[in-house]
Design a protein around this ligand. Structure first.
Ligand code: NZQ
Ligand code: ZN
Length: 378
C-alpha cells in the first residue's frame, strides 16, 4: 500500500476572465504588491494594465518589476528582493510561466532572509517566513502555480537549483486559457511536453502502487497526446488550450498524487545548462531515450505505459508512438550539435543530487545515465 500525505491549498480559479479576480484575491493576503513578470509582452497585450487596474481598485499599491528571463536567473530575483525591501512590499503577483512564478517564490522566501537567494537555494540558510504569492498563468507547463517547488538558475555558475517549501504554494492561481493563445508553437510544445513529463515521471514511480493513480496519470498523458497536437495545428483552439491548461496544473500539483521518479527531470537540467535547451525541449529528448534504455529493467511496466497511454499492446509500437508524438509537436529528439560529452553530462548530473531517479529503480547507474545522454547526441 502507498502511504502518502498531500495538500493542495492553492485556490484555483479557472476559465474565461479569471484574471479579473486578481484584485479581490490578492487583497485577501497583502496590499503592497510586487507585480512580477518577464518581457513587456504583458503590457503590449493589455494584461499588465488590466491586472494593475484590478489590484488598485481593490486598494493595493502596485510596484511593477519586469525582466524575468527563461529559467529564472538569480540576479533578477536578487533585484526583486531589493525592490520588495526598499518599497516595503508584502505580497507578490507573478504573471507568466514557470520562470516568473518560480522567481516570485524565490523572492518571497528571499525577502525575509539574511543572506542571498543562492545561499538559500544551495541549502546553506533556511527561511523563517515567506511573503504570499499569487499567480496569473500565461504558459501551461510547470504546474508551479499550485506547488511548492521553485527552480532557479545561479547567475554565476548557471547551475539549476531547486528548493521545495510547502509555504511557497501560491495562495491562488488564475487560469484563463485565452491568455495562452499568443504562445508561439515552439513554447506551446515545450510547455505541453513538460506537462506530459510530470505525469510520466509519476507513472514510473513504482512505489505509488495504485491502479487509480496509474489511470489518472495515464489519462492525463493520453489527454496531452491528443490535445497538444491540436493546439499546435490551431493556436486559437480555446477548448484544447483549456484542456492543456488544467492538465498542467493537475500534473505537477498533488492532484495526481505525490511522488515521482524524476530521473529525466534530473538529467534535463544539465542539458539546459550546457546546451541552452528549454526545460520541455530537454525532456522531449530524454524521455524517449530513457524508455529505450530502461525498458529491459521492467518490460511489464513499459508495456502497461504503452498500452494505457497509446493503446498499443506491442511495446515496440508503443515506443514508436511516443517518438511520433514528439516529432508531431515539432520538438527534436536529438541535440543539434556536439558540445559537452555524455560522460561529462553524467558526471555533473550525478554530482548535483544524491541519486538520479527514485521509485522506478534504486537510482540509475552512471553507465545507464551515460547511455541515455549518448542516445540524444547527434
Ligand atoms: O517573458 P515572457 O513574455 O513571459 O515570455 C515567456 C518566456 O520567454 C514566454 N511566454 C509565456 N507566456 C506567454 C509567452 N509568450 C507568448 N505568449 C504567452 N502567453 O514563454 C517563454 C518561456 O517561459 P518560461 O516561464 O521560462 O517557461 P516554463 O513555464 O516552461 O518554465 C520553465 C522553468 O520552470 C522550471 C524549469 O526548470 C524552468 O526554469 N520548472 C519549474 C517547476 C516547478 N516550479 O514546479 C517544475 C518544472 O519541472 C520545471 O523544472
Ligand atoms: Zn518539468
Amino acid at each position: 500500500m502507498y502511504n502518502f500525505t498531500m495538500s493542495i491549498p492553492t485556490e484555483i480559479i479557472f476559465g474565461q476572465g479569471a484574471e479579473e479576480q486578481a484584485g479581490e484575491q490578492m487583497k485577501r493576503y497583502a496590499d503592497r504588491i510586487l507585480l512580477l513578470y518577464g518581457s513587456e509582452r504583458i503590457f503590449r497585450t493589455g494584461l499588465g494594465q488590466r491586472l494593475t487596474a484590478r489590484l488598485e481598485e481593490a486598494g493595493c499599491t502596485v510596484v511593477p518589476q519586469g525582466g524575468v528571463t527563461a529559467n529564472a536567473d538569480s540576479e533578477l530575483i536578487r533585484k526583486a528582493v531589493r525592490v520588495i525591501r526598499d518599497r516595503e512590499l508584502n505580497g507578490i503577483l507573478a504573471v507568466g510561466g514557470g520562470s516568473v512564478i518560480d522567481s516570485a517564490k524565490a523572492a518571497a522566501a528571499g525577502a525575509c532572509l539574511r543572506g542571498t537567494v543562492e545561499e538559500l537555494f544551495r541549502g546553506e540558510i533556511e527561511p523563517e517566513t515567506f511573503l504570499p504569492v499569487g499567480a496569473v498563468v500565461t504558459l501551461p507547463a510547470t504546474g508551479s502555480e499550485a506547488n511548492g517547488m521553485a527552480v532557479i538558475q545561479d547567475h554565476e555558475t548557471h547551475d539549476k537549483l531547486l528548493r521545495y517549501f510547502p509555504q511557497l504554494k501560491p495562495r491562488f492561481a488564475l487560469l484563463d486559457p485565452a491568455l495562452t493563445v499568443t504562445l508561439p508553437a515552439r513554447q506551446t510544445a515545450e510547455g505541453g511536453f513538460d506537462v506530459f513529463a510530470h505525469a510520466f515521471e509519476r507513472f514510473f514511480d513504482l512505489r505509488r502502487e495504485s491502479v487509480l493513480l496509474d489511470r489518472m496519470t495515464a489519462g492525463l498523458m493520453k489527454t496531452v497526446t491528443e490535445c497538444l497536437p491540436r493546439v499546435i495545428r490551431d493556436p486559437g483552439d480555446l477548448q484544447n488550450r483549456a484542456e492543456m491548461m488544467f492538465a498542467a496544473t493537475a500534473a505537477h500539483s498533488d492532484m495526481l498524487g505525490p511522488g515521482g521518479d524524476f530521473a529525466c527531470h534530473t538529467m534535463s537540467h544539465i542539458l539546459t545548462k550546457e546546451y541552452g535547451l528549454a526545460h520541455g525541449a530537454a525532456l522531449a529528448m530524454l524521455i524517449p531515450a530513457w524508455c529505450s534504455e530502461m525498458f529491459s529493467k521492467n518490460g511489464e511496466r513499459f508495456a502497461e505505459f504503452y498500452r494505457q497511454v497509446f493503446g498499443e499492446k506491442e511495446p515496440r509500437k508503443g515506443q514508436e508512438r511516443l517518438e511520433a508524438f514528439v516529432d508531431g509537436i515539432g520538438l527534436p529528439r536529438k541535440l543539434g550539435s556536439v558540445g559537452v560529452g555524455a560522460e561529462k553530462l553524467a558526471e555533473e548530473t550525478m554530482a548535483s543530487v544524491p541519486q538520479v531517479g527514485e521509485g522506478f529503480c534504486d537510482g540509475m547507474s552512471e553507465e545507464e545515465i551515460i547511455r541515455v545522454f549518448r542516445r540524444v547526441m547527434p
